[in-house]
Write a protein that binds this ligand. Structure first.
Ligand code: SF4
Ligand code: FES
Length: 275
């Protein structure tokens, strides 16, 4: 089937005042009508698209056309489209979030591609992320990890004044770097083992590094690691997760998590939680 962009009501498909147009783009997209339905690749052609269009805007143009032809639109996840929420999740030409490093799918633009390109678009491929439909997967296994320990216990009442608890700059920087994780799941999709160690370690570390996270440091680590292991594969240090991560989370956090997990196993957890 041939699908042409340039929908008159879609500004992204209209001729750009600046930049150029890419022509004859073939999209090979995974289509699957439901979790248990068999899936297959289908190809569509975008005749012309501005290189200033984002990748998701290009899919919007495709969907407008499909709907106009009474065909079913391609289902894909998206929300903020600003690299914040972690909802977008496409495997593009075999790379989680596509060819631009440090970029979520929603921040990728068509200028990264050439005319006459064939672009293969798939959902995240991981047992723990079952396909819901087409390019949308169920990432609720991440929620189970967070529920098991991704919080602190704090007294109720008014919020304490800012800077009441002194925190060394390198520590707050490291905690903020970990807190940059948007929970997209690219690390799992890129990992040949389908491991979620980078995600879990980022969530563990942003709490374990800070004074407020010390009270439950070891019980948290143990619970989150063991919940992770219920759903995901094991880390064997491929490092693909770090390369795929749109927020540049370092695999150093996995070492921090492993150290705390090890401590929680060999020492009396109650004593550690008190100290
Ligand atoms: S660690 Fe990176 S790739 Fe993994 S969920 Fe967080 S932001 Fe996404
Ligand atoms: S849609 Fe929110 S990060 Fe991509």
């Amino acid at each position: 089937m041939t699908v042409i962009d340039h929908h008159p009501e879609m500004p992204v498909g209209a001729p750009a005042a600046h930049g150029k147009h890419l022509t004859n783009i073939t999209l090979t997209i995974w289509r699957q009508s439901g979790p248990d339905a068999p899936g297959k690749f289908e190809s569509y052609t975008i005749d012309s698209i501005s290189d200033e269009a984002s990748f998701l805007e290009m899919l919007d143009v495709l969907n407008e056309k499909l709907i106009g032809e009474n065909l079913e639109a391609v289902t894909f996840d998206h929300d903020c489209r600003e690299g914040i929420c972690g909802t977008c999740s496409l495997m593009i030409d075999g790379q989680a979030h596509g060819p631009q490093k440090g970029t979520a799918t929603c921040q990728l633009h068509m200028r990264k591609f050439e005319s006459n390109a064939t672009i293969v678009i798939e959902p995240w491929r991981a047992t723990a992320f079952p396909i819901i439909k087409d390019l949308m997967v169920d990432r609720s296994a991440f929620d189970r990890i967070i529920e098991s320990g991704g919080y602190i216990t704090a007294p109720t009442g008014g919020a304490p004044d800012a800077n009441l608890i002194p925190i060394a700059k390198p520590v707050s920087d490291a905690a903020m770097d970990s807190a940059a994780c948007i929970g997209c799941g690219a690390c799992v999709a890129a990992c040949p083992n389908g491991a979620a160690n980078l995600f879990t370690a980022a969530k563990v570390s942003h709490l374990n590094l800070l004074p407020q996270g010390q009270a439950e440091r070891y019980s948290r680590t143990e619970a989150m690691v063991e919940t992770m292991e219920e759903y995901f594969g094991s880390c064997t240090n491929h490092g693909e997760c770090e390369s795929a991560c749109p927020k540049g989370i370092s695999i150093d956090v996995i070492a921090l998590m492993n150290k705390d997990y090890f401590k929680s196993k060999i020492k009396n957890r109650r004593n550690l939680d008190r100290n």
